[in-house]
Design a protein around this ligand. Sequence first.
Ligand code: NAD
Length: 608
Amino acid sequence: MTLHGARERRVRTGGVELCVAELGDPARPTVVLVHGYPDSKEVWSEVAGRLAERFHVVLYDVRGHGGSTAPRPLRGGFTLEKLTDDFLAVVDAVSPDRPVHLVGHDWGSVQGWEFTTAGRTEGRIASFTSMSGPSLDHFGHWIKERVSRPTPRGVGQLLGQGARSWYVYLLHTPVLPELAWRGPLGRRWPKVLRRLEKVPTGDYPTPSLPTDAAHGAWLYRDNIRPRLRRPRADAYAHAPVQLVVPLGDAFLSERLYDGLESWAPRLVRRALPAKHWVPRTRPDLLAAWITEFATATEGGRPTPGDGRPATEGGRPTTEDGRPTTGVRGPYAERFGGQLVLVTGAGSGIGRATALAFAGAGARVVAVDRDPESAARTAELSRDAGAPEAWAETADVSDEQAMERLAAKVAVEYGVVDVLVNNAGVGLSGSFLDTTVEDWRKVLDVNLWGVIHGCRLFGKQMAERGQGGHIVNTASAAAYLPSKALPAYSTSKAAVLMLSECLRAELAGRGIGVSAICPGFVNTSITSTARFAGVDAEETEEEERRRKKTARLYGLRNYPPEKVAEAVLRAVARNEAVVPVTAEARGGRFLSRFAPGVVRALARAEPPS
Ligand code: NAD
């Protein structure tokens, strides 16, 4: 996607001429995208293309960058006051009668904070989405607080951010940055972005990079020292703010945004596992978040945190007093708006997982071979808070059905951000009693189902190149042998190994893989599990064993909701192998450090 087809115009203001590009229908609400350093408006091309379907999208080259002219002299020409004049001139030209939705990345976000907190822009901004660029005023207060009341934690945070700001000191040296950018650094920059930031090649960076970077050094020189020394005391946001925090940002610590609610009471937080250049590496998710936030503000729907009573720290709270920084729950920042597909979602762990993601504001696709239970999960997901939820029927062991499902999901809902391969069936009984047919059934669902899911949806994730996560439900049986469950345990051990191999393969693409290993969880798996060696005629015997197992699982009474919590945590933290329940954790410990004990236990007689 490029800015080809964009309409360009020039806007004159304060001795410079700004190059402004527009996409989409001007009658729609306007989104203004402001780029950072060392960039030009093209950094937004991927996001802009996606937004143009719903919005009037406006991008401009900041003065001295891209197609905009530079102030003369450069020194003093890049103050936040002058940049605010530019923004207002652009807004006057492109959306004179309606406030705009402002989005900024890096220095575009630093500017955005200035625009959103300055008195003279009040009424001109409908919402602000900020990524990777704090308000210099808030940052100034953040430093002052930690210097005036030093605590070990505060000093650690100061040092941490100080170390990440190495380039800021360099940019304050005279002439050197200009020489570097016009010379070797400018030539190597595209490669650096590709290698360190995993920015895909395309129409970015543009040939104007060396000049943009040389001029942009004045953004730092004109603003950083004066603002950090004397931050404004009244830098309160007059519009709702959506804060997007890339968790792997090499330049900015997450801690910078602690307590931001006191400056921006109508704050929505989003977090994503990505590095600094998210407009290039995560355009799908950003476009979805910007759309959702702008649409909510346009529709007059309250954005989360809106109008809620503030606690002492100015943090908004829900009616029952819980702090809320995003949609709901501890994972709302991370999963809000993401597309999550869960297989075996009609019951037990799968349903609980779908509902937990839904509660965090994710969009959910509930897949099960049983259409009614999948539909019920989708319905419950909407009740739990999913902005959208769909039910799909598929047997995960059926190659063609899974291919049809993957194609349909990609076309109708998009590329999934989180895939949970959870569908599974139980089978107990000794190896000698297990027939070839028994083996096929359990391997087809438990192993092939996971292979199909990873193969089809994992491929889409990898091809999109915007990261993602795959969760495979294995079991503690994956690492605990037993003479009672040879086929089931083998299928789960294979799932565990597949997950480990895939994790290694996909790490370089920003896709995490986790294997979840629950112990005994109280679900209906016991009522559907089969018992090898029990003849079809012996249904009474099978029923008796089933009831007995169900009673044991019932006595253990570990709820599937707790496994779901572990799934969300595993994705948020990108954990590799996650034993859930005390017996699963204990078993994992023994299998590593006392395998002899595990082998002895494997010989124990199963309850009959
Ligand atoms: P459950 O029986 O409550 O739910 C399983 C769901 O998967 C059902 O809705 C079922 O219709 C669906 N399903 C089964 N085969 C399918 C197929 N071929 N295609 C599509 N959907 C299918 O069981 P649960 O306990 O929630 O199990 C979920 C996963 O957790 C399974 O992989 C299971 O092996 C694993 N697990 C369960 C426990 C436990 O104690 N319950 C322990 C460890 C691992």
